[in-house]
Write a protein that binds this ligand. Structure first.
Ligand code: NAD
Length: 308
């Protein structure tokens, strides 16, 4: 999109946000503002001068509106993340997900900010059969997934009703630097391997995921923000590659050196297989992930070592 000068990144002090800020500073001339209430992210994830940082809650309309002053486009990452917290406290999840997304969208409408990319998740689809694609009927299994689906629905409705350029991106399993606080397989394995502890696999390790390196994901976000003719669309963003948790553990083991793998009882309700069909993002956004798992694991491990 022509004419972007200033972009607001909600949740910009979190894992994906800290990477996106760096990606956009490298790739564009845009000036960046971050809105983050620091419930999970850290101010220290950003260096001085990278972005104006507004500390506040995106679900509070006044805060959202003041953060949107002078902004041309928004990447809305701020959310209560994770399925488990949403099961423990669905009401908190509602305000942290659906509520925050509504607040940002409605504030954009009132302030005349037309471009918004929304971070959705494969959780909106529920336990659908892989490969996951955009034509499937979403059946979220958790309040977290329901909140993401509600966000997608509002993005679609605000595009149709108010002519906003909204795009919802369903991220696959993202990994990379600045993820020490995330309870996900890649950072947990890397932290344990670097600490000389065994890698723990729940079940036999044959469960699969689509692991996307965060820099590839940032490229997808950038493309969604700047593409023409995608208002109201939903895209799956992943690699299209199905990787078993066992293979991930072996990759971490090979890349970082000797640590054993131990098997624990399988967790109930866990999705067995997950892989994304990226053909829509490929054809409409010219998106293609390019970082191989081994390379991404090594880059992530370098960050873990340098930041410990
Ligand atoms: N990491 C993944 O694999 C993954 C997969 C699918 C979707 N997503 C989505 O991507 C987005 C970013 O995820 P992440 O992994 O970087 O998580 P994260 O927790 O590291 O980052 C989220 C950031 O948002 C901030 N935040 C949360 N609620 C806020 C609010 N109401 N107001 C202001 N700031 C708030 C947190 O402090 C944090 O810095 C989230 O919307 C998440 O649901 C992530």
């Amino acid at each position: 999109m022509a004419g972007i000068e200033k972009v607001l990144i909600t949740g910009g002090c979190g894992f994906i946000g800290a990477n996106l800020v760096r990606y956009l500073l490298d790739r564009t001339q845009w000036s960046l503002r971050v809105l983050d209430d620091l419930r999970a992210g850290k101010r220290a994830h950003l260096e001085d001068g990278m972005a104006d940082i507004v500390v506040g809650d995106a679900s509070v309309h006044e805060t959202a509106r003041s953060a949107l002053q002078g902004v041309d486009a928004v990447v809305h990452l701020a959310a209560q993340t994770g399925v488990l917290p949403s099961l423990e406290d669905p009401e908190r999840d509602f305000w942290g997900n659906a509520g925050a997304t509504f607040s940002i969208l409605e504030s954009c409408r009132r302030m005349g900010v037309e471009h918004l990319v929304f971070a959705s998740s494969g959780a909106a689809l529920g336990d659908a059969e892989s490969p996951l694609h955009e034509n499937m009927v979403p059946r979220p299994l958790s309040p977290y997934g329901a909140g993401k689906l509600a966000g997608e629905a509002y993005c679609c409705a605000y595009a149709a009703s108010f002519g906003m350029h909204t795009v919802a991106l369903r991220f696959a399993n993202v990994y990379g630097p600045f993820s020490r606080h995330k309870p996900n397989a890649v950072p947990l394995f890397i932290a344990r391997a670097l600490g000389g502890e065994p890698l723990e696999i729940y079940g036999d390790g044959s469960q699969t995921r689509d692991f996307i390196y965060v820099e590839d994901l940032c490229e997808g976000i950038y493309r969604a923000l700047t593409a023409e003719d995608v208002a109201g669309e939903v895209f799956q963003l992943g690699t299209g590659v199905e990787t078993s948790v066992r293979r991930l553990a072996d990759t971490v083991h090979d890349a970082l050196g000797g640590t054993e793998v131990v098997f624990k009882p399988a967790r109930s309700g866990e999705v067995r297989r997950s892989r994304v069909d990226v053909s829509k993002a490929r054809s409409m956004l010219s998106f293609e992930a390019s970082v191989e798992l081994r390379e991404g694991v090594e880059r992530t491990a370098r960050w873990f070592r340098s930041s410990s």
